[in-house]
Design a protein around this ligand. Structure first.
Ligand code: OKP
Ligand code: ZN
Length: 320
């Protein structure tokens, strides 16, 4: 397994989030990623800095208007400030947790490069690669950012893989929150199967999507599958759901499986609301490892540095 990590995530330093009327510290701290890097380093994983990929890869997923807007805005924000959307629909961010920072464009592009270099290692027949991305990506849609996400790393990786192979891709999203961006991007697509296990959007962010009746449209009908779960669930129920999701993926028979790995379902995570243990992440890695297909693991959420590093380490060591 090769681990890809780009230190330029450190340029992105969001300060705050407007959460239900209160300004809270923004949970997307750099330490949540640095803890994973040092845990993997200590465990002897091979860690590579990715090469740079041209911004044109973004356009396979995102509109030029959105990319240009974010780049210009990011370049115009001063380093000690951050910009929040004023008018939703004009500003291309859909929530109050995702400010434009002076570093966000550079960091988000480096995060995409991290995922793309991991794809290149897969194309050179590495069985499993891990992209330690930050900022995360699964909430970012074609022309919107949100949920701490600016560019959809997993979706851009899927498109890049398909450009080189014309293969079929399954994306399994294990983050506590539904990946509304990834769902949107592939909703009409029968070559990318999006499957997500997450907190029920009736009660949890992102509220707007993640219901079981969202199954895809037109050619994409049947190629989108959501498993919303109640808050507070524990390992056994999670594994039963994961087994169902994996059966669906096996039936689809993809050439590549992309795992959007958020660990904010861990019981010690302050943002997600499942009761999973670090050991449960070993079990998840083991179950997923039983599927014989190349795998690209892309980091999404996971906001407690200790829980995130323990969970990722357990997941990676058991996926083989
Ligand atoms: C991003 B990812 C809760 C505030 C929620 C947005 C959460 C974004 C999660 N008090 N704010 O999927 O981990
Ligand atoms: Zn999340």
């Amino acid at each position: 397994m090769i681990v890809f990590y780009d230190r330029r995530h450190l340029f992105h330093l969001p300060m705050k989030e407007l959460d239900n009327g209160n300004w809270i510290e923004n949970p997307d701290r750099p330490e949540r990623i640095e803890s994973v890097r040092s845990a993997l380093e200590s465990a002897g994983f091979q860690i590579k800095e990715p090469r740079d990929y041209h911004c044109s890869h973004l356009f396979q997923v995102h509109t030029p208007e959105y990319v240009e807007w974010l780049k210009a805005k990011s370049n115009s924000v001063s380093r000690d400030r951050e910009y929040f959307p004023e008018v939703f629909g004009y500003d291309k961010l859909f929530d109050t947790g995702t400010p434009v920072t002076s570093g966000c464009y550079v960091s988000a592009l480096a995060s995409v490069s991290t995922a793309l270099n991991a794809v290149d290692s897969i194309l050179e027949s590495e069985p499993v690669s891990y992209a330690l991305c930050r900022p995360p990506g699964h909430h970012a849609g074609k022309s919107t950012g949100g949920g701490y996400c600016y560019f959809n790393n997993a979706a851009i990786a899927a498109k890049y893989y398909q450009k080189h192979t014309r293969g079929y891709v399954a994306i399994l999203d294990l983050d506590f929150h539904h990946g509304n961006g990834t769902q949107e991007i592939f909703y009409y697509d029968d070559t990318v199967f999006y499957v997500s296990i997450h907190g029920d959007p009736k009660n949890f962010y992102p509220w707007i999507s993640g219901n079981s009746w969202e199954i895809g449209s037109d050619t994409g009908e049947g190629f989108n599958m959501n498993f919303p779960l109640a808050g507070g669930i524990e390992g056994p129920e999670y594994m039963r759901t994961l087994s169902k999701a994996l059966q669906e993926i096996e039936d689809f028979s993809p050439d590549l499986m992309i795992i959007s790995l958020g660990t904010d379902g861990h019981k010690d995570d302050g943002i997600g609301h499942f009761n999973l243990s670090s050991e449960d992440y070993s079990m998840m890695g083991k179950l997923i490892g039983e599927i014989e297909v190349q795998k690209l693991i892309v980091q999404e959420g996971g906001y407690n540095p200790n829980a995130n590093s323990a969970s990722v380490l357990n997941f990676l060591t058991s996926i083989r």
